[in-house]
Design a binder for this molecule. Structure first.
Ligand code: NI
Length: 287
């Protein structure tokens, strides 16, 4: 064999080996999240409206506060039920009631950014969005000493492009919801309670507002009945930390009988994705 052919052969083998290694690296992991998505495990998820978890865990979230009397009342209720929750605070309220935020964190709850004055972020300039989030982040840091990890856009309204730069600039995960009792319409405590009871599933992110008296009135029965159904309450960041990959069809282990299989909501910020599934709308009258 001539030198030329030997070199060509070696080169060919080398090329093939590199090619195979690259193909292996690009292959989806054994328990891929969703077969319809191109290698989703490699793309960090930015937006969540529910989380696929193995146990009966849910995250209660309360928006638009803190409220001078209702939020402390809610904190008492949460403590009595040994529950953790997440508060998406409006910056101007956070700046006015830093002691309430301090107590919430002492009690084990999480604080998220819900903008400074609750505008529709999808309809204002990037600089406007930046100022809304920055001022609120500053107010939260002034109250509790740490930056929030999460933000929830008012009305659930934020464009895919905004999500990407907000995540890059602030590091926030963007949190929507999959259970919305429309409590801001004040349909009465019983209706708020029954809507949450009907829609809550393992991995749910439940939306409510701690600025409406009937919402707070609905919570004792809501908490009692969710706990009677076996639900356990964690913060949104804790829920996300529990995320499990979606079982594939080939998966050997079926989910436990009492835990319905829930989808990790697709991330609308990713080009291949469609709208989030479940009840969470891209826009809601409130959030
Ligand atoms: Ni809101």
């Amino acid at each position: 064999m001539s030198l030329f052919f030997r070199s060509a052969l070696l080169f060919g083998v080398g090329f093939l080996t590199v090619g195979l290694a690259a193909a292996e690296e690009n292959a989806p992991p054994p328990r891929s999240v969703q077969s319809s998505e191109p290698n989703p495990a490699s793309i960090p998820q930015i937006t969540f409206s529910s989380v696929h978890v193995d146990g009966p865990y849910v995250a209660m979230t309360f928006d638009d506060g803190p409220h001078t009397s209702l939020t402390p009342k809610l904190l008492d209720l949460l403590a009595a039920h040994h529950m953790k929750a997440t508060f998406f605070v409006v910056g101007q309220n956070a700046a006015e009631y830093p002691e309430i935020l301090k107590r919430a964190v002492r009690d084990g709850h999480e604080i998220g950014n819900h903008s400074w004055s609750h505008p529709n972020l999808g309809k204002i300039s990037d600089d406007g969005v930046r100022a809304q989030l920055r001022k609120t982040d500053d107010a939260i840091v002034a109250a509790i000493g740490v930056h929030p990890m999460l933000m929830r856009p008012p009305y659930g309204s934020v464009t895919p492009r905004q999500k990407r730069w907000i995540h890059e600039e602030f590091g926030y995960k963007i949190i929507i919801w999959d259970v919305d009792p429309l409590d801001w319409k004040r349909p009465g405590p019983k209706v708020v309670c029954s809507r949450i009871l009907r829609e809550a599933k393992p991995g749910s992110i439940i939306l409510a507002h701690d600025i409406h008296p009937p919402t707070i009135e609905a919570m004792p029965a809501t908490f009692d009945q969710l706990q009677a159904k076996g639900f356990k309450f964690v913060t949104v960041s804790e829920l996300i930390a529990m995320a499990k990959p979606m079982p594939t069809k080939a998966s050997a282990s079926p989910p436990a009988a009492h835990v319905p299989s829930l989808g990790v909501s697709p991330d609308p910020a990713r080009p291949a994705d469609s709208q989030p599934m479940g009840a969470a709308p891209a826009q809601s009258p409130d959030g």
